[in-house]
Ligand binder design. Structure first.
Ligand code: PLP
Length: 390
């Protein structure tokens, strides 16, 4: 089979830098993986039970393309209570994970050559997703000295006349950075002045360890230009359910639904019922199951932060998600070299910072702490041995 059949755009996009390390780690005995980007907890039982009940009740058919009305109503209530955002039913679409919502958003807005600003480092899918949709991803370099937030300067350096949209992604994967309302107030005037659409990936919104999450859509003038992306994978440990959603201005959501209608049709009906249970059962009581998992992540976060800094891998304090992003420049190794040697010499898998936006991440590695305390302690001992042996 020759490559001539493959689209040039697809050929140009490199394979995911995360997968490579996953594949090696999964074959290696006694390897501890800090590479995973998913909760190590099982989905809370009441949520699983509601999916089982849905199947038993024959919820095995397509739902509306928009998603079930029950679930969309719960999402609207949830977004209002948790993030002070206000939406009507047609402004919400249920998707197959946040991943599909991102893909729909990019495809809905892009004309060939349109530029989209993407934080670098950030989640691996944004840049390829924009390229696949015919757009041009433009990295917006974020610095450790700014705690990896987007500043007016980072936007000004990357913006051109062709810039149509900006991706905002906090709490951030891979850095663990969060942006506060005050941080957003600094960049909102530039966004409005340049008439940019915002695609705000808020999938880690429930996992913050300081102040509660602030959505950029809640700032004055921003709801009408922000497409919020969220989902159930991280907060509710529901990665396998493949359930996400997007809420935003009606014309963009309508366009997203149009693509969804001709491609995925709907998220699975029993996953949507499980989503209803997750939100309905949680909202009344302040999400005790989410809080329990979050408290556990927080214990692990503190351990990782303290120990990595002690051994000289300095890191800024991550205040969201379940990742920490130590600076490895002292070792003199490139991030991919560091990860490869750590994997082969000490059987610990991390992800090179370069996987999240090229050279901007070269001084860093991403460690996920969605792993048991016992595993993390052992991994930290091995990392220390590796550093001491250099
Ligand atoms: N957005 C970010 C920032 C992520 O880290 C991930 C998964 O790792 C996703 C989106 C995809 O989430 P989902 O499982 O809902 O497709």
């Amino acid at each position: 089979m020759t490559e001539k059949y493959i689209s040039k755009t697809v050929q140009k996009v490199p394979p995911s830098g995360i997968r490579k390390f996953f594949d090696i780690a999964s074959e290696m005995k006694e390897c501890i993986s800090l590479g995973v980007g998913e909760p190590d907890f099982d989905t809370p039982w009441n949520i699983r039970e509601s999916a089982i009940y849905a199947l038993e009740s024959g919820r095995t058919h397509y739902t509306s393309n928009h998603g079930s009305t029950d679930l969309r109503n719960e999402i609207i209530r949830y977004m209002s209570v948790r993030f002070s955002l206000s939406y009507e039913l047609p402004q919400v679409v249920v998707t197959i994970g946040a991943s599909e919502a991102l893909d729909l958003a990019f495809r809905a807005i892009m004309n060939p050559g349109d530029e989209v600003l993407v934080p670098a480092p950030s989640y691996v899918s944004y840049m390829p997703g924009i390229s696949f949709a015919g757009g041009v991803p433009v990295p917006m370099e974020l610095n450790e000295s700014d705690n990896f937030i987007i500043t007016p300067q980072s936007i000004k350096q990357a913006i051109t006349k062709k810039t149509k949209a900006i991706v905002i992604a906090f709490p951030n994967n891979p850095t663990g950075a969060v942006m506060t309302r005050e941080d957003y107030e600094q960049i909102v005037p530039i966004i409005i002045e340049n008439d940019l659409l915002v695609i705000s990936d808020e999938i880690y919104a429930e996992l913050t360890y300081g102040d509660a999450h602030c959505s950029i859509a809640s700032l004055p003038g921003m709801a009408e230009r922000t497409v919020v992306i969220n989902g159930f994978s991280k907060a509710f440990a529901m990665t396998g359910f493949r359930l996400g959603y997007s809420a935003g201005p009606r014309p963009v959501i309508d366009a997203m639904v149009k693509i969804h209608q001709y491609s995925m049709l709907c998220a699975s009906a029993f996953s949507q019922d499980a989503g209803v249970e997750a939100l309905r059962a949680g909202l009344g009581g302040g999400f005790p199951q989410v809080t329990k998992m979050k408290n556990e992540y927080n214990r692990r976060r503190r351990l990782m932060f303290a120990r990595l800094n002690e051994m000289g891998l300095t890191c800024f304090e991550p205040l969201g998600a379940f990742y920490i992003f130590p600076n490895i420049s002292k070792t003199g190794l490139r991030s991919d070299e560091f990860c490869e040697r750590l994997l082969y010499e000490q059987k610990v898998a991390c992800v090179p910072g370069t996987a999240f936006g090229g050279e901007a991440g070269n001084d860093f590695v991403r460690c996920s702490y969605a792993s048991s305390l016992e595993n993390l302690k052992e991994a930290l001992c091995r990392i220390k041995r590796f550093i001491d042996g250099l």
